[in-house]
Design a protein around this ligand. Structure first.
Ligand SMILES: *[C@@H]1O[C@H](CO)[C@@H](O)[C@H](O)[C@H]1NC(C)=O
Ligand SMILES: *[C@@H]1O[C@H](CO)[C@@H](O)[C@H](O)[C@H]1NC(C)=O
Ligand SMILES: *[C@@H]1O[C@H](CO)[C@@H](O)[C@H](O)[C@H]1NC(C)=O
Ligand SMILES: *[C@@H]1O[C@H](CO)[C@@H](O)[C@H](O)[C@H]1NC(C)=O
Ligand SMILES: *[C@@H]1O[C@H](CO)[C@@H](O)[C@H](O)[C@H]1NC(C)=O
Ligand SMILES: *[C@@H]1O[C@H](CO)[C@@H](O)[C@H](O)[C@H]1NC(C)=O
Length: 493
């Protein structure tokens, strides 16, 4: 650990300046309050409608040439980013393309595959099939109520299984690249990278010309751990990411071809959005898969993907949250529950109105030592999930695991899998301005409605679980599916 620390700390200081490093204005905020309350107003459309029609990129003749000549580029295949960056600086790194006539155009095959997938999804999502109870999706998606369009989702998922291929860049070395945390709050970062890299997953391709998307496999959590200087200076992180993109865009033709539109990064750490400022195309064009999906910080649900934040202790969920009969039968004497630090914009409001006010609604700042957090979740009908420093919180998945209906209290947060799930069928979305009326709102939910929400919550649990190895329709695969949907919305012509 010590060794890595020194090494990468030093590396952070190497003044790496090939060409000009675009210093991005840190606080550039896209639309402030674009959505007052994102969930109510924002409806992501499944790619059967307008987003699918978007033709985003037209490449010029030169790039057309590149497409025809895959694998003709000079690829530096060392896995040491710093070395490569240094060597690129001192050598002639111009990329040569030679034409190899007669080779089938693999890019076209990818685009054809996407076109077929779109047509197939459109067909499945047509209204006559929508509520066809005899259709096969019932086996895979037994509770259709929780999905926006179950037959479209089902078809899209099958198409993904059939076609979707991810190319993982090999540049860089662990721990900053090809590794990530597999425990604690940011576990999903490490788990995703590991699944795509280490397992013989059907979704990985080693032939970049067959790829539908390209993965930049660095871990923001590890960048923070190894490069952060401890004085609020995130510059070394951005320098690293900027150099990493420079490296892959020089070694391969793929980034430049679309300005990164068919590339994705993945981060659960709070600083994911900040780090993505390192490169303007990464921020504005690429698919950013992040837990902190704050639309006020430029999160764009049409191209970015919300990653669920899933807290794992020794790599597992807490035993009290494992699915079981005792969990389902757990009596729920409390109406609502929250315990947590007072930070960020929403929690002070919740605490101000409800901290230790009402015995039916235990709301604590910090839970007294002798009380167990998960026991409270298991004994409450509703669990408050206010944003903290950042919009995302592992509470949402913990509430789902404990069969405690999540009460979402956040602003500008695009919830995970909003592209396919109907959150209103298994959670309660309360506008922050309504916090003073919280009890009234929960009391007005009938027993029937509560039971319905709870039934749906049980059905949705598997979509928020990480499995080892991954299972169909679990959090790993639905995240991949969200990326697949963003790619379906791109047509490279
Ligand atoms: C770099 O490549 C260009 C184009 O192939 C060539 O003209 C030039 O001489 C090369 N420079 C060096 C330093 O090798
Ligand atoms: C479901 O079926 C009913 C009756 O067949 C039909 O009226 C309705 O439009 C269908 N709903 C959808 C969403 O297709
Ligand atoms: C429902 O789906 C089945 C199986 O795909 C199909 O045979 C049937 O024609 C469909 N019915 C309607 C009304 O679309
Ligand atoms: C991509 O563009 C960058 C900046 O314009 C350039 O330095 C790099 O050589 C290009 N990469 C390829 C493979 O042509
Ligand atoms: C994204 O694009 C907008 C508009 O072109 C620009 O103002 C902004 O600086 C870009 N963001 C980044 C991080 O480069
Ligand atoms: C979302 O981003 C805005 C703009 O930076 C910020 O003011 C707000 O606090 C963020 N929300 C949360 C919960 O962090």
């Amino acid at each position: 650990m010590e060794k890595f620390q020194n090494r990468y700390t030093r590396f952070g200081f190497i003044p790496i300046c090939i060409g000009s490093i675009a210093l991005v204005v840190l606080l550039s905020r896209c639309s402030t309050s674009f959505f007052d309350y994102s969930l109510q107003k924002f409806e992501f459309s499944f790619p059967d409608t307008e987003l699918l029609q978007r033709n985003v990129y037209t490449t010029n003749a030169g790039e057309e040439e590149e497409k025809k000549n895959k694998a003709a580029v000079v690829v530096v295949d060392s896995r040491d980013v710093s070395q490569q960056i240094l060597s690129l600086r001192s050598t002639n790194s111009s990329v040569t393309l030679q034409s190899k006539p007669g080779k089938p155009n693999r890019r076209n095959l990818v685009e054809e595959g996407l076109a077929k997938a779109r047509a197939s999804i459109l067909e499945a999502s047509s209204s006559s099939n929508r509520n066809n109870t005899t259709t096969l999706f019932k086996i895979d998606l037994p509770n259709p109520e929780i999905y926006r369009n179950p037959s479209a989702l089902h078809r899209s998922y099958l198409e993904m299984e059939k076609r979707f291929k991810v190319y993982v860049y090999e540049e860089g070395e662990p721990p900053l690249v090809h590794d990530g945390p597999c425990k604690s709050v940011y576990a999903v970062e490490g788990r995703f990278i590991t699944e795509l890299e280490n397992r013989k997953t059907r979704f990985r391709t080693y032939d970049p010309s067959q790829a539908y998307v390209y993965f930049l496999p660095f871990s923001v959590t590890w960048l923070v751990r190894y490069l952060y200087e401890g004085n609020s200076n995130a510059e070394p992180l951005r320098t690293f990411v900027s150099d990493y993109i420079r490296l892959v865009s020089t070694n391969h033709p793929f980034w430049n071809r679309t300005s990164g539109a068919d590339h994705f990064m993945l981060a659960c750490h709070d600083w994911g959005p900040l780090t993505s400022h390192a490169n303007k195309d990464l921020f504005n064009t690429s698919i950013r898969v992040m837990c902190n999906a704050n639309t006020s910080e430029g999160f764009n649900p049409a191209k970015d993907v919300t990653l669920p934040e899933i807290k794992l202790y020794g790599g597992e969920v807490d035993p009290k949250l494992r699915s079981s009969k005792t969990l389902s039968a757990s009596p729920r004497p409390y109406l609502g529950f929250f315990a947590g630090g007072v930070h960020g914009p929403v929690r002070p409001i919740l605490l101000k109105h409800w901290k230790q006010r009402d015995p039916e609604m235990p709301v604590y700042e910090y839970l007294p030592k002798h009380l167990n957090y998960y026991d409270f979740m298991r004994s409450s009908k509703f669990c408050f999930c206010p944003s903290g420093y950042e919009v995302a919180s592992p509470r949402v998945t913990e509430a789902i695991y404990s069969e405690c209906i999540p009460v979402i209290l956040s602003v500008n947060f695009v919830l995970p899998f909003t592209d396919v799930l109907r959150w209103e069928t298994f959670s309660v979305l309360v506008d922050v301005s309504e916090i003073p009326r919280l009890k009234e709102i929960l009391m007005s939910i009938s027993d029937e409605k509560y039971e319905w929400l709870k039934r749906n919550l049980r059905s949705v649990r598997r979509h928020f679980e990480l499995n080892d190895p991954p299972k169909r329709f679990d959090a790993f695969h639905l995240t991949l599916h969200s990326i697949w949907l963003r790619r379906l919305n791109l047509r490279l012509t």
